[in-house]
Design a binder for this molecule. Structure first.
Ligand code: WQD
Length: 359
């Protein structure tokens, strides 16, 4: 098995930790860098339990050019980067746009500059469905649909997509962008899950907190959208399906490099894929599924809409199927069942997690 070294930025976070597990289990060598600003060291211990392998970890801030460079110097065999490091709370980005521009873009520039200086040109980048012009487009969205954003988080992701496009076109990078729709739930081992240092503002964690009677009522953030029951529609996808898509993205670049070797010329690759399911669910449908799965009532009230929300976000994931040979393996119902099992297994730990609710 080949032993290409992959640097993963911020891998102790949610999707990133699930992705690292997939790579390690597929026998790749990964090196990870995380500043622990929104993750915990025990995630690393749990991953070690899961994969039974030594893992090279740097507690470093990729915002610091020299600290990042040290990793590239100490590990000259790094040949690939999977770049997740980014702030990702949409509400926070609306409250403090500068924070998002400053962090997400400068971290990426630092990384890319280091990659360039060390002649590392293969990158898989985590982007988002939020880059689509959802206020104007008719769903489901295809990769070449018009792009536009409703919030600074999305704008920084889109800017980074453009940056990578330029790096591919002018500096021969091989870049694959994955636009995630709405990842939910956790690894079936129960060893890793979304556990940031603050409570996420996303729908599914909230629904389960209400089912567990930790929160009295769910707030449905508006019920007059242009959808079947008036509540927002999203394309929810199991986080492990999202994580596995990175393996396919990596293979896509590998195959491209191979084809170029045959052609005896090195060009560049810039490609981008939706990681979603074709299926949209309204907030009320999600409540109904959760209620069925947990056999609990989930009381709710209608609250004001969030300024960045759109009616519908659904992926057309055909390109990922055709080019990456990748299709989600789990349904939303199965994901919600996994969530229930997960919570039952971790009741005590979850009760210790932070209680401050964000926007
Ligand atoms: C889903 C639906 C809300 C909370 C997410 C990520 C973002 C990006 C895209 C990857 C909406 C409604 C929510 C609540 C509610 N993903 N809702 N009550 O906004 O689609 O964005 O996906 O990059 O990072 O955050 O996800 O889970 O916040 O909302 O009614 O308490 O649930 O209005 O219709 P969203 P979400």
């Amino acid at each position: 098995m080949e032993k290409l070294k992959i640097l993963i930025t911020w891998w102790l976070g949610y999707i990133w930790s699930h992705t690292a597990v997939e790579f390690i289990q597929a026998w790749y060598d990964v090196i990870i860098v995380d500043n622990l600003s929104n993750s915990h060291m025990w995630v690393l211990d749990n991953i070690k339990k899961l994969v039974w392998k030594k893992i090279k970890f740097y507690e470093n801030d990729i915002r610091n050019y020299n600290a990042l460079e040290k990793i590239f110097i100490e590990n000259p065999d790094i040949d690939w980067v999977i770049h997740f490091a980014a702030k990702k709370a949409v509400w926070e980005s609306c409250q403090d746009p500068f924070l998002y521009y400053e962090n997400n873009i400068s971290w990426t520039i630092n990384l890319i500059e280091n990659m360039l200086n060390h002649n590392i040109k293969n990158i898989v980048f985590s982007s988002t469905a939020v880059v689509y012009d959802a206020l104007k487009l008719i769903p489901p969205f295809s990769e070449n649909d018009r792009l536009n954003t409703t919030n600074p988080y999305g704008t920084t992701k889109l800017t980074m997509e453009y940056l990578l496009k330029d790096m591919s076109t002018h500096k021969n990078f091989n870049s694959v962008i994955l636009r995630y729709f709405n990842p939910i739930w956790a690894h079936e081992s129960g060893l890793i899950w979304e556990n940031p240092k603050w409570i996420p503002s996303n729908l599914v964690p909230f629904i389960y907190k209400v089912a567990n009677q930790e929160i009295e009522k769910l707030q449905i953030r508006w019920d007059d959208y242009n959808t079947e029951d008036g509540t927002g529609v999203r394309d929810y996808i199991h986080v492990v399906d999202v994580a596995q898509a990175h393996l396919s993205a990596y293979d896509h670049i590998k195959q491209y490099i191979k084809s170029q070797e045959v052609a005896e010329e090195q060009k560049w690759l810039y490609d981008y894929f939706n990681i979603g399911t074709w299926n949209g669910k309204t907030v009320k449908e999600m409540i109904e599924i959760a209620s069925k799965v947990t056999e609990k009532d989930i009381p709710y009230e209608v609250a004001p809409r969030r300024s960045w929300d759109v009616d519908v976000l659904i992926a057309n994931p055909l390109k990922a199927k055709q080019v990456l040979n990748r299709e989600p393996q789990k349904t939303v119902f199965q994901a919600m069942e996994d969530g229930r099992n997960f919570i039952n297994k971790h009741k005590e730990t979850l009760e210790d997690s932070p209680q401050n609710i964000t926007k």
